[in-house]
Design a protein. Structure first.
Length: 136
């Protein structure tokens, strides 16, 4: 009789733990499906389809304030890389160093926003003002 009670108790405990695990999983999925504001950081590389220029990557990351679901935030939490076409934007020589160039982010904001939005994220604000490029 004691053995039968022990088996029933173990079975009930196992079923209870299984339901707790299923409820926790459902709660986690529900939380990740909601939208949250977040700040993402991207390594930005640029190329030009209108004039000859090799693909170069910015030294500083571009920081973007976004609103996205938890799934997208988890996917993009680490530094991602974006490559965009700068078309008619010209690199401007930096005042501090002869080998560094800069691009005001306002010149490429629409291209950057389009590249980020294609990944399921809504851009609210681009935090970085200038991107620095080393053309060595």
């Amino acid at each position: 009789m004691l053995r039968l009670l022990n088996k029933l108790t173990n079975r009930k405990t196992l079923i209870f733990l299984l339901f707790v695990l299923a409820a926790t999983f459902a709660w986690l999925i529900n939380r990740l499906s909601k939208e949250y504001p977040y700040q993402l950081s991207y390594k930005l590389c640029v190329y030009s389809s209108t004039y000859e220029m090799p693909t170069i990557c910015a030294e500083n990351p571009v920081k973007v304030s976004v609103k996205a679901s938890g799934f997208h935030i988890l996917r993009h939490r680490s530094d991602s890389q974006l490559t965009i076409d700068i078309k008619r934007v010209k690199l401007r020589l930096s005042a501090t160093d002869t080998t560094k160039y800069n691009i005001p982010v306002s010149d490429i904001q629409s291209s950057l926003t389009e590249a980020v939005n294609n990944e399921g994220i809504k851009v609210e604000h681009i935090i970085t003002k200038t991107l620095l490029f080393d053309t060595k």
